[in-house]
Design a protein around this ligand. Structure first.
Ligand code: ADP
Ligand code: ZN
Length: 721
């Protein structure tokens, strides 16, 4: 190669041509550094005919500066990046950026310096040093990361290095990961599990694209089945990617993986330390990382020898990214498997309607595990009609739920109370003048958190102290909490059963692996009687003594006009119900609702999943909603309200008039102010026949907006706020 076309990581220019200097080894996919004006840019060598760009005459070509010491990005991954950019109407280089992970990793391995406590503790310490000493027990990281952990400045820590309180440690960035042992602890599978495992193993051994939908009830042993497929890939020296919907679930997964394979898998997620990130990325690229477990961002990693992808809890909405490149990792995982020509397993107890439809159409091979492993039975579900079985004023547990909870406490069994709302109360107002605490950056109420004594916005992270007096009328001590959050439910349980040991399980309380590990250990060890938790604890966990699940408000998710509200409610409640009775003792689920007649609630009570999906499919077909029709959203935002509105109107008046496309809006978004930006939305509903992306590209391509306006396209949206 003497000249190359690059996909470059520059926000404005994305395709540029260069000359290859003599002696530089370049191939398709090579990661290179090139000159751009007086600066340098990073780029990937791409097929010239697949990137639109103006041909630069030979004489004007500038030479590449450097080829980075990493293996080239493979053709299947290049095709995946093109597909994703095209499908989600996103810039190619924004998509490609997701596979780089760490700039530092591109520069090669070597060593880095981290710091840890040396054990030397001077008798007298400044308060800041003392606090840092406390916070950094058992930690080892870069100064910057330690400063963040200890909430002190880097200067304080450097002082501690000089004083010998912190000591440097040289870390080898490319130190090897321990090798997984595919036969370490092979479980005895049930007959049905064995059949599922056999199908997966055969697909891995044979190679080639094959998508599976592993549809198994909670506790059926889906994990054990796909572990066999992982073992087969590892034996064959192929890499495996396992996607989990949340980092919080990885802790539990790690332990099970280690029990099965003797070593932990390689982790990839956003809160990895810098040195871990570099090490993991390089091991993924070199092929040394055998099994990689991560949140959705792991999907675009440049694996050398990918042999299998698993998406666990595949129905989870958190696989959909709602900013930047708005892709759905579940769907793109299937596409990646197609380009890589490998099998992919989507596992769920409550698959998305879209996945079931594809299985029905024969695109996915469906494998069922209809019963729990080891003779455990599915829990008994009971509906609590809050209109008849009413909690006292300002209380949220119905008498029948209180009674069932009391029985569990007496028997020494565990209870899980599920309410998908963090904090103490979703709304705080002044008793005297009615003033409501609202976020200054978002059109949202501030949520009271009593544990941390703050009022917090769950959209932008804004937080303030709870004031002594009303900011409006200055009446002291006049704040009233409206409605419940998990903290308030925990208070209610304490008031009823003062001796009960209660754990609040939310992203506020379980925000790092240590805390999660500690929580799981305490729950398994019988040190917790009642867990009050959000969706964080609805999946993955297996607590054998947990025999009662109380759903505090089954109606909550049904409000608010979300296209998938019914499905999401069904999935969430079925999942949380699935935590009950997983051991030998049978489980019971009490669902509190004011609408026992709603189709979702009735289906949950009757345990009739098929009826629910059939009704839901019918409703979607009528509405032309996915998977029968297609949706896309256009979100217009600006810090200037008039500018946002004008841009939205401009888009609205340029709407194409097509027979198979219906356009709704523009209208102010339900979250009309978010992080200081005013927002408008348009919703597009199209027949499956419509070339939705092309239509949107043509439509928006003709328009120009002021600098401050952002126009985002959301294909197959999951969020409508
Ligand atoms: P699911 O993911 O389908 O909810 P899990 O894979 O978590 O189910 O399995 C539920 C529980 O049963 C886990 O504790 C798991 O270890 C156990 N289990 C499942 N299958 C087997 C098996 N074949 N042998 C031993 N234990 C099993
Ligand atoms: Zn906010």
């Amino acid at each position: 190669m003497t000249r190359v076309r690059l996909l470059v990581f520059n926000p404005v220019l994305s395709v540029l041509d260069y000359r290859v200097p003599p002696g530089m080894a370049i191939e398709l996919g090579s990661v290179v550094v090139a000159p751009l004006g007086p600066r340098q840019v990073l780029g990937i060598v791409w097929e010239p005919d697949r990137l639109d760009g103006t041909e630069v005459p030979e004489a004007k070509l500038r030479p590449l500066l450097e080829a980075l010491p990493v293996p080239p990005i493979s053709a299947p991954l290049r095709r995946l990046i093109e597909w994703t950019a095209d499908y989600y109407c996103s810039p190619l280089n924004s998509v490609a950026r997701m596979m780089l992970g760490s700039m530092a990793a591109l520069r090669g391995g070597g060593t880095t310096t981290e710091y840890r406590l040396s054990g030397h503790e001077p008798a007298r310490l400044t308060p800041q040093r003392a606090a840092a000493l406390d916070a950094l027990q058992g930690e080892q990281a870069s100064i910057r990361e330690l400063a963040e952990l200890a909430s002190v400045s880097e200067g304080v820590l450097r002082g501690m290095v000089n004083a010998g309180i912190l000591e440097p440690v040289t870390v080898d960035l490319d130190r090897a990961y321990p090798r997984a042992r595919p036969d370490h602890a092979q479980p005895e599978l049930s007959e049905l599990q064995q059949a599922a495992a056999d199908a997966f193993v055969a697909a891995v051994d044979k190679g080639g694209f094959q998508p599976f939908l592993l549809d198994g009830v909670t506790g059926s042993g889906k994990t054990e089945c796909y572990f066999e497929a992982i073992a087969a890939a590892v034996k064959d020296n192929r890499q495996v990617l396992v996607l989990l919907p949340e980092i919080a679930l990885t802790e539990n997964f790690l332990r099970r993986f280690e029990a099965r394979f003797g070593v932990p898998p390689v982790l990839w997620h956003s809160s990895l330390k810098q040195s871990e990130r570099r090490r993991a990325w390089r091991a993924i690229v070199s092929g040394e990382a055998q099994v990689v477990v991560g949140a959705r961002s792991a999907l675009f990693m440049p694996f050398r020898q990918l042999g299998l992808i698993v998406v666990d809890e595949a129905h989870e909405v958190s696989f959909k990214q709602d900013d930047g490149v708005r892709y759905n990792a579940r769907d793109v995982a299937v596409i990646r498997a197609r380009f890589e020509a490998i099998p992919v397993i989507l596992a769920s107890a409550t698959p998305a309607l879209e996945s079931l439809q594809l299985a029905e159409a024969g695109v996915y091979t469906k494998i069922d595990l209809p019963s729990r492993f080891g003779g455990a039975t599915l829990p008994h579900v009971e509906v609590v009609d809050l209109r008849k079985d009413e909690p006292p004023r300002q209380h949220w547990l119905a008498p029948s739920l209180v009674k069932a909870l009391g029985e569990r406490l007496q028997r020494g069994e565990q209870t899980l109370l599920f309410l998908n709302r963090r904090g103490y109360a979703p709304l705080t107002l002044c008793r005297h003048c009615g003033y409501r605490f609202q976020c200054p950056n978002c059109s949202a109420w501030l949520v009271e958190h009593r544990l941390s004594r703050r009022l917090a916005c769950h959209h932008c992270g804004h937080a303030s102290e709870v004031p002594e007096a009303c900011p409006e009328c200055h009446t002291p001590d006049c704040m009233v909490a409206c409605g419940p959050g998990v903290e308030r439910i925990a208070d209610e349980v304490t008031a009823l059963f003062p001796e009960a040991r209660i754990a609040i399980a939310t992203s506020d309380t379980l925000n790092n692996p240590e805390k999660i590990g500690d929580f799981v250990a305490r729950a398994e060890g019988g040190a917790i009687d009642v867990i009050v938790g959000t969706q964080l604890v609805t999946k993955g966990y297996h607590f054998p003594e947990l025999t009662l699940v109380g759903v505090i408000d089954a109606d909550m998710g049904l409000e608010g006009g979300d296209l998938r509200a019914a499905e999401r409610t069904y999935q969430q409640i079925a999942q949380v119900a699935g935590r009950a009775g997983r051991g030998v003792k049978p489980g019971e689920v009490l669902i509190q609702t004011r609408h026992p007649e709603a189709a979702v609630i009735a289906a949950l009570a009757a345990g009739d999943r098929d009826a629910f999906y059939a009704a839901e499919a019918e409703a979607r077909r009528d509405a032309g909603a996915p998977p029968f029709g297609r949706w896309a959203a256009i979100i217009v935002s600006s810090e200037d309200e008039a500018e946002a509105r004008d841009a939205a109107r401009q888009i609205g008046s340029a709407s194409p008039d097509l027979p198979d496309v219906m356009i709704l809006g523009p209208a102010p978004a339900p979250l009309s102010l978010l992080r200081g930006r005013y927002r408008y939305r348009l919703l597009i509903n199209a027949r499956r026949s419509a070339q939705l992306q092309d239509i949107i590209r043509q439509w928006l391509g003709t328009l120009a907006f002021p600098q401050g306006v952002r126009v985002a396209v959301d294909i197959d949206p999951y969020s409508f706020v």
